[in-house]
Design a protein around this ligand. Structure first.
Ligand SMILES: CC(C)[C@H](C(=O)O)[C@@H](O)C(=O)O
Ligand code: SF4
Length: 470
């Protein structure tokens, strides 16, 4: 019998039962909650007079609707009525059911996918779910982590299991050293550019190769985070010494003899040598250049030396139409080179790129420099209060402020238009987030996805810039 993939191991160790319709029931170890996708799930429990099956498996944190300014005001400081109600409802529901909550005023508050790993709540070998599509982030820790919908949130709360379909196995191998100015964000954008936003549909992706082994946990999380943008619900990386070092001494990581036992088990969390994958993709990183999106889907991406595609070059009328529509929305001309496109705003943040390493890389670039006078707003939003605190201890906030960036409190912020940080219609933004859909950062806003250093470079020059030339 062929060996098992990491995904197969995680799956079989959590498999509970096969259901009549061919789907499976799997056990869930960790359930993360936030204010947007939990209210109806909690109402459902109340209506049916049910209690959460295992309270301690859950942890909640508000992140999407929170303001990134004036946090000392707490929930009362949320100006938008709907946003305030969402955060209040999360608090009430957590109190009602006894679910642990990290509140707005807590220094540990932040984007749920940054908080989980930071607190050691995300541990190798776990199945992890959250009513949020970027849950795949946690797969960087050799977990099976998937986004779920609100009705599934209720199901998980009530039964600690998830009804789901077994996926096929895809391995993406990244080989070779990365060039200057190339980051994990460029790796995942290039993958999405190659296989498309539906390329990973039906697969669980395992990222491997020496380039992945050489990455920090922060970098691995950036890559796993965008698995969903490649169509896959789950993305993962094998456990190794880097994973272990990151988790040591975190509040919820086991300690002492328990840690030794855990590590022994965690060492089994890799694909066997002879495991068979249904699909494989191989990337030679020597050829990779910094990436930037030009359209309204993450697959509409090119190297910074590239240009906007020309509709006439496409054979199918449907593809021509969708390209023309994307270019109209983005205010770009066919064939135009991306370098030099003027930018209005810059956003450095989100669960893709708001961890300490991201902030350090930006600080190294902007130290002693100034945000270009044509930039209306350049925001830097840490992924969690603790990331923010660490950055402040290192003096990064001073570097950012001196350069003309706004340094904010943790939250999803301008990644999506659910809080005060938004684009206005027609505004163009280089953003380190993960989605460039129409209206994503505010109605009519134009998003170019890129790495933190590419976003910082745009802030300094006022236009889309090749960071390698600074
Ligand atoms: C609001 C939430 C349900 C959503 C998601 O599932 O991903 C958001 O986090 C996003 O990034 O679009
Ligand atoms: S930072 Fe963006 S992508 Fe991540 S959870 Fe928040 S809204 Fe979703």
């Amino acid at each position: 019998m062929a060996g098992q993939t990491l995904y197969d191991k995680l799956w079989s160790r959590h498999f509970v039962d096969e259901l009549d319709d061919g789907s499976s029931l799997i056990y869930i170890d960790r359930h993360l909650l936030h204010e947007v996708t939990s209210p109806q799930a909690f109402s459902g429990l109340k209506t049916n007079n049910r209690q959460p099956w295992r309270i301690g498996a859950n942890i909640a944190v508000p992140d999407h609707a929170v303001p990134t300014r004036k946090r000392e005001l707490g929930v009362a400081g949320i100006a938008d009525r709907v946003a305030r109600r969402q955060v209040e409802t999360l608090t009430e529901n957590c109190q009602h059911f006894g679910i642990p909550l990290i509140e707005l005023e807590d220094v540990r508050q932040g984007i749920v996918h940054v908080v989980g790993p930071e607190q050691g709540l995300t541990l190798p070998g776990m199945t992890i779910v959250c009513g949020d599509s970027h849950t795949a982030t946690h797969g960087a820790f050799a977990t099976l982590a998937m986004g779920i919908g609100t009705s599934e949130v209720e199901h998980v709360l009530a039964t600690q299991t998830l009804r789901t379909q077994k996926q096929k196995n895809m391995r993406v191998r990244f080989d070779g050293p990365m060039g200057l100015g190339v980051t994990p964000k460029d790796m995942i954008l290039a993958l999405i550019g190659r296989i498309g936003t539906a390329g990973g549909t039906g697969y669980a992706i395992e990222y491997s190769g020496d380039a992945i082994r050489d990455l920090s946990m922060e970098g691995r999380m950036t890559i796993c985070n965008m698995s969903i943008e490649a169509g896959a619900r789950a993305g993962m990386v094998a456990f190794d010494a880097v994973t272990e070092a990151f988790l040591r001494d975190r509040p919820h990581t086991p300690a002492g003899a328990d840690l030794a036992d855990a590590v022994e088990y965690w060492r089994s969390l890799h694909s066997d040598e002879d495991a068979v994958f249904d699909r494989e993709e191989v990337f030679d990183l020597g050829k990779l250049v910094p990436q930037v999106t030009w359209g309204t889907s993450p697959e509409m991406v090119t190297g910074i030396d590239g240009s906007v595609p020309v509709p006439e070059s496409l054979a199918s009328p449907a593809e021509r139409n969708s390209l023309t529509r994307a270019l109209d929305y983005m205010g770009l001309t066919p064939g135009q080179s991306l370098k030099g496109v003027p930018v209005d705003k810059v956003f450095i943040g989100s669960c893709t790129n708001a961890r300490i390493e991201d902030l350090r890389s930006v600080a190294n670039l902007v130290r002693g420099q100034k945000v270009h006078r044509s930039i209306q707003q350049a925001l830097i939003v840490p992924g969690s209060g603790l990331v923010g605190l660490q950055a402040e201890r290192e003096g990064l906030d001073t570097i950012f402020r001196k350069a003309g960036f706004e340094w904010r409190s943790a939250g999803c912020s301008m990644c999506l238009g659910m809080n005060d940080d938004r684009l206005s219609s027609g505004e163009r933004c280089v953003s380190t987030s993960n989605r460039n859909f129409e209206g994503r950062q505010g109605k009519g806003g134009r998003t170019h996805l890129a790495s933190p250093v590419m976003a910082a470079a745009a802030a300094l020059t006022g236009e889309i810039t090749d960071v390698r030339e600074l």
